[in-house]
Write a protein of this length. Structure first.
Length: 263
C-alpha cells in the first residue's frame, strides 16, 4: 500500500487532482480506449473537483473520453433531487468539464428492482473493461462507498441499510435533520471497488484518524472495511497530517521518506 501524507487539506486536494490528470493523460484516452474513473461525493473531494475543473479550463486535461461511475445513491432519490449524489456530482464537478452525458453512470435511486439495477451496474462496468481508477472517501467508522462495518469484503453492488452513525454524518446535507436522511442506499460493493486497476482512498481531518490508523496498521477485517485496501496491488491512501494523526511518528516518517517522487 502506498500512503501519501500532505500537510493540509488544500495540499492534499491539489496532489490528488494532479494525480488524476497524470493518470488520464498517461492513458491517452480515445473513443475505443476510454479512461474509466470512479469518483465519490461528499465534502472531502470538493477542492479536488475545483482543481480538476480549473485544469480542464486551462487545457491541461480533457474528459471527452473519460467514462465516469458514481459510487452510490439514496433509495427513493431521483436525478433532480438536490440531496442526491447524482445531483451533487453534476453540480460540484461534472457540469464544469467536457464529459459526455452518455459516459456518466449512476445508480438509479428510484428503481423498484434493486437486484436488476445493481446487476446492470456491474455489467456496465464490465462492458467498458473495468475501472482504471476508483477514488473513494472513508467514513469515521472505516466505511468505503456505503460498505459499512461488517460488510462482506467480497460484496458486489447492492442495496444497503445505513448505520445510524452514517445517517448522523450525512444529516449535514439535510439541514442537520437525521429524519430527512434516506435510510437505504444502492452502493457499489467492496469487491467491485477492489476490481479496479487502482484504488485511492482520501481522508482529511482528525475525525478520520482512527480509520486511517486501522487501514494502515491493523489487520484486514470487515470491522474496518477500508483495511481491505491492504490487499490491493495498487492501493493508495492519500491523507493530510490531521487524518494521519494517530499513526506513530516512525510510521509517518517512513511513508514520507519513501514517497519523494511526485507520482
Amino acid at each position: 500500500m502506498r500512503v501519501v501524507i500532505k500537510p493540509n487539506y488544500e495540499d492534499l486536494s491539489q496532489w490528488v487532482a494532479d494525480y488524476v490528470v497524470y493518470r488520464i493523460n498517461k492513458h491517452r484516452p480515445s473513443p475505443k480506449k476510454p479512461f474509466v474513473l470512479g469518483l465519490p461525493s461528499g465534502s472531502t473531494p470538493l477542492k479536488m473537483f475545483e482543481a480538476l475543473a480549473r485544469y480542464y479550463k486551462e487545457g491541461k486535461v480533457s474528459f471527452e473520453n473519460v467514462v465516469f461511475f458514481g459510487m452510490g445513491e439514496y433509495v427513493g432519490v431521483g436525478a433532480g433531487d438536490e440531496h442526491g449524489f447524482q445531483y451533487f456530482l453534476w453540480d460540484k464537478f461534472l457540469k464544469y468539464v467536457n464529459i459526455k452525458k452518455e459516459h456518466v453512470h449512476f445508480l438509479d435511486g428510484l428503481t423498484t428492482n434493486f437486484s436488476k439495477e445493481c446487476g446492470n451496474y456491474e455489467n456496465a462496468i464490465a462492458a467498458v473493461g473495468g475501472v482504471n481508477l476508483f477514488i473513494g472517501g472513508v467514513g469515521e467508522d472505516g466505511h468505503i462507498a456505503f460498505n459499512e462495518p461488517y460488510s462482506s469484503l467480497s460484496s458486489r453492488t447492492r442495496a444497503k441499510l445505513l448505520a445510524p452513525s452514517t445517517i448522523r454524518a450525512n444529516s449535514r446535507f439535510f439541514d442537520n435533520d437525521e429524519s430527512k436522511v434516506p435510510p437505504m442506499v444502492l452502493t457499489i460493493g467492496i469487491q467491485t471497488m477492489m476490481d479496479a486497476d487502482e484504488v485511492m482512498i482520501l481522508a482529511s481531518g482528525t475525525a478520520k484518524a482512527k480509520a486511517i490508523k486501522n487501514a494502515i496498521c491493523g489487520g484486514i477485517t470487515h470491522v474496518w472495511p477500508v483495511s481491505v485496501l491492504q490487499r490491493h496491488p495498487h492501493g493508495i491512501i492519500a491523507c493530510d497530517e490531521s487524518a494521519a494523526g494517530e499513526l506513530d511518528m516512525d510510521t509517518i516518517a517512513y511513508f514520507k521518506e519513501i514517497d519523494k517522487n511526485k507520482f
